[in-house]
Write a protein that binds this ligand. Structure first.
Ligand code: NDP
Length: 295
């Protein structure tokens, strides 16, 4: 467990490494007891560059903790019915503990229909309505990876949450909305008074300035400026963007939804981008897969 100093970096890479070492030890136990390690499959439809990168990093993370992983690449032209039938096959596959269908899907496929077809017991992304309902009711189930990874990060750094005002900016089904539910529940981390802000929020800076804990998931590079943040706040930046940068060999640099350099000096703690929420998201997926395997 790490202790906070001023402007503490909530280092998702470090926290992930620690948690993944524990996952790897459990994977060995599972393998010894059952003859095979936990097994995750990832379905990738089409060849979108970002999705490919995400899926490949999930598969690599499985290898890193001794899980088995299977990457199922399907053509962009696959029909909705064909994809549904692949999902049904995966639901029945006894050698598989959990699987994800990487989003976004091509526009001719109804992503909600695909999510609904996934067996909730194998839905390690936590997107199926049964798992979302379990989360809302505080029942056992799979929590969505990004919000649950943020909870793990807050726990790792012993961030105090009870009675704090948590402002979540962004209300997507995979990040903002579940994050607001988790921070409001009677648990740790949680017990916050939560405000969920979005594009229709009036005078957003007045709201974000009230935040003891500010969690930003809006998908706009550098949107949160220093004047929107209270002195001493904990800031979690979910956003991740490639910004063209001719000075880098890669030709780009990564940045989040928060103007890190200006905001960090005001914070008691803040996540970097990269190396903050991203690694924790994948770690949560591994934790969910381990959980599915032990069901
Ligand atoms: P979505 O695009 O699905 O949702 C964005 C949300 O932000 C919406 O609720 C939208 O409001 C709100 N929003 C947009 N503009 C404003 C504004 N000007 N003021 C206030 N609210 C606004 O995004 P996601 O939740 O999927 O992702 C958000 C970011 O996080 C992206 O950069 C994404 O790449 C990143 N991400 C990172 C992950 C990681 O592991 N690091 C994982 C998942 C996402 P409204 O609902 O009114 O339209």
């Amino acid at each position: 467990m790490s202790v906070l100093t001023s402007h503490q970096l909530l280092d998702g890479k470090r926290a992930s490494d620690a948690i993944r070492r524990e996952i790897a030890a459990k994977a060995l136990e599972v393998k010894a007891a059952r003859g095979r390690p936990p097994h995750l499959a990832a379905v990738l439809v089409g060849s979108d560059g970002a999705s490919q990168t995400y899926v490949e990093s999930k598969v690599k993370a499985c290898d890193g903790v001794g899980f088995r992983s299977t990457l199922i690449r399907l053509p962009e032209t696959i029909s909705e019915e064909e994809l549904l039938s692949r999902v049904k096959q995966l639901n029945k596959d006894k050698e598989l503990d959990g699987f994800i269908v990487q989003l976004p899907l091509p526009s001719h496929i109804d992503a909600d229909r695909i999510t609904l077809a996934i067996d909730p017991a194998k839905d390690v992304d936590g997107f199926h309505p049964v798992n979302v309902g379990n989360m809302v009711l505080g029942l056992p189930g799979f929590l969505p990876a990004t919000p649950s990874g943020i909870c793990e990060l807050l726990r790792h750094y012993s961030i105090a949450t009870v009675g704090k005002h948590c402002v979540v900016v962004g209300r997507s089904n995979i990040v903002g909305t579940p994050m607001s539910i988790l921070m409001g529940r009677n648990a740790y981390p949680g017990n916050c008074t939560v405000t969920l802000a979005h594009s229709r929020t009036v005078d957003l800076p007045a709201i974000t300035r009230q935040a003891d804990i500010l969690i930003v998931a809006i998908g706009k590079p550098g949107f949160i400026t220093a004047d929107m943040v209270k002195e001493g706040a904990v800031v979690v930046d979910v956003g991740i963007h490639r910004i063209p940068d001719a000075t880098r060999k890669s030709g780009f640099r990564l940045m989040g939804d928060v103007q890190f350099d200006a905001v960090a000096p005001k914070c008691s703690a803040i996540t970097p981008v990269p190396g903050g929420v991203g690694p924790m998201t994948i770690t949560s997926l591994l934790l969910n897969t381990l959980k599915a395997c032990l069901l």
